[in-house]
Design a protein around this ligand. Sequence first.
Ligand code: ATP
Ligand code: MG
Length: 719
Amino acid sequence: MEELLNGLNEAQQEAAASTEGYIRVIAGAGSGKTRALTHRYAYIVDELGVEPSNILSVTFTNKAANEMKRRVKKLIGGEQDTGFITTYHGFCVRVLREDIHRLFYPKNFTILDVEDQKILLREIFEDMELKMNDKTFKRILDKLGMLKGNTHYVHQLVMRGEMPVAEETGDLDSQIIQRYLKKQKRVFGLDFDDLLNFTFVLFDQYKEVLEKWQERLFYIQVDEFQDSSLKQFELVKMLAEKHGNLFVVGDPDQTIYEWRGADPKYMVDFESYFKDTQTIFLNRNYRSTPEILSLGNSLIQNNYFRVDKDMVTENPHGLKVVHYHGKDELKEAKWVVQRIKELIDKEGVSLKEIAVMYRANYLSRFIEQELIHENIEYTIFGGFKFFDRKEIKDALAHLRMVAVGDDLSFMRIVNVPKRQIGKKRMKFLRETAERDGLSLYETLKKYAEHPHLRNTGAKDFIQSIETLKERSEEGSISELLQEALQRTGYEAYIREDGDQDRLDHLSELLHSIVLYEQSLGEELSLEEYLQMISLYTDDDRDHQQESVKMMTIHTAKGLEFPYVFVVGMTENILPNVRALRQRKERALEEERRLAYVAVTRAEKELYLTESEGFQHGGLKKYPSRFIFEVDENLYNQVGDIDPALLEEAREFIRSSYHVKEMEQMEGYKKGVRVKHPVFGAGTIEDIDWKKNTYLIFFDQLKAPRPISRNFKKLEKIEK
Ligand code: ATP
Ligand code: MG
């Protein structure tokens, strides 16, 4: 026990050893929240003797979940099953694989990603003889997402078999959406929204299912809790009800998914949901130099909706943060890559210690070009979309076809390479399948001799699949995949296409499977592999190799790197154009939190760069307001900066703040002088967000008074 708690400070030790009840840890970036959480997990296993299968530990991204797993395994040894260290979606998949039959879905339901969704849509458009393009798809998918914002549709779809109608959609769109839902049900496909919604409905409707899971999960802990949505919050709340052991950690200043429904109030008002909440604060930062920490603090203090935190560090001093300004994006990229080269060549820094972050994927391209030019290895987290590539999806569809035989996989590969099963014959297959209540593949088998199908490649296809099914009983997955690609002619088809990249991707996929097989050292079943893969977002490949890491800020959450470059720190990029157009303080604050997440990833050195390039719409590019907001003494400015441009930028930014409007709308800040019609002048000492009141010290009264924030007759006055 000594050992386990040794690497923790007092507050962290308290967190790690507080195993019973409702506990929340609120603390800033780099204060060791995740560390406390992983040690707590190990403490529960090693000191309380609880099995890992009784502990649920959730976080948001696969990358963070894997990292958590790795840290826990280091503490408790590698043997134990840590399957419940996972993401929300991963957990839902586990529940559904076990209990979805209650909702009349089979356990081997298919997980649909955006590409799969588009396949379904494409089919519907064909059936309805509509013109299709990516824009309409996106519109339909957005509307679908809205419909799935609550769980009504699950009830209708599953329980009563009725078709829900999407609200606020035009006639045609709602027709498409209805057809889509019908199709989705027919292939037993669940998209990411469905995973959460179905689990929720399952728990809500079947008490015995909920009880079973409650019973099993004695301890529940959540990392990055500030980004929980209502549904996610309710899910853990439900699960924790029986044993009452819920441990959450987070930092409200790092909420970056408000646009997707995250709400930090579950973190901030935690004690109002659970009585007897224990709260632990951590205030020592272990990650960054004092220089980086001060800059982060100075930035986030500009947010109005926040609870102030005092962070200190005892880490040694380092270099001052650098702000570089370039004339165009090429100069910016060159400067960044030159600095990276210096770090590597002159300062002995290794590639994997360096990370480049940006607001949006498209910003990586210039940096990539320069890195390639300089022969520096790099890896992109996300954006690369390995598993979104057509050839990868096709290859996996072969495996799925063998394991599951689902319609989606069938549609993907039956006519690739061409087997004369085009639109017309597909239509025949679909209609027949519907009539006979069979899957498309079963239908193809049944009617292979039908005049409609006789002269096609149907029989060859069936034979390949059947042989592969037999093979799948023995042998490894990598062997099976290799054989599948050869036997079905898929590899030859890609080869003829002459696109070497695609062949490379296929061998990369094979290679990654071999690595899995080796690292697990045990038998990996085809089903397990497919399940794992279907949850992959593109950012989860193995990134241990020696290379510079590039990623969006969203992807970087929870991670840390010794040397960090935040590029594209430009108005309209960070903060992004949408936030600025909305002219809403809330949206701007989320952008500022995003910038805060970026700068707090850095351990030793931090570079903020921007340029007058990346122009669209002829707008002049100014440095991000987030740079101007930070105390000037906290960074050095380098590069080709024209003082006149800086002045112009300041003016531009000043004019686009809406402090006045915001104050009228949202109230006043701490420290503001106000005039009250009865009590006269006073100073706002504090704000009680829960009671929605100001605590005002009026000059003529002896004690502060609480005054409602909704009280209209408070006027702001000068000092
Ligand atoms: P974020 O908000 O960014 O997720 P966090 O609060 O989860 O940050 P961690 O990632 O847990 O912070 O810790 C930051 C770094 O500090 C890690 O490298 C961790 O190993 C180190 N660290 C945390 N606590 C201690 C400690 N008590 N002693 C030494 N190092 C520590
Ligand atoms: Mg963390």
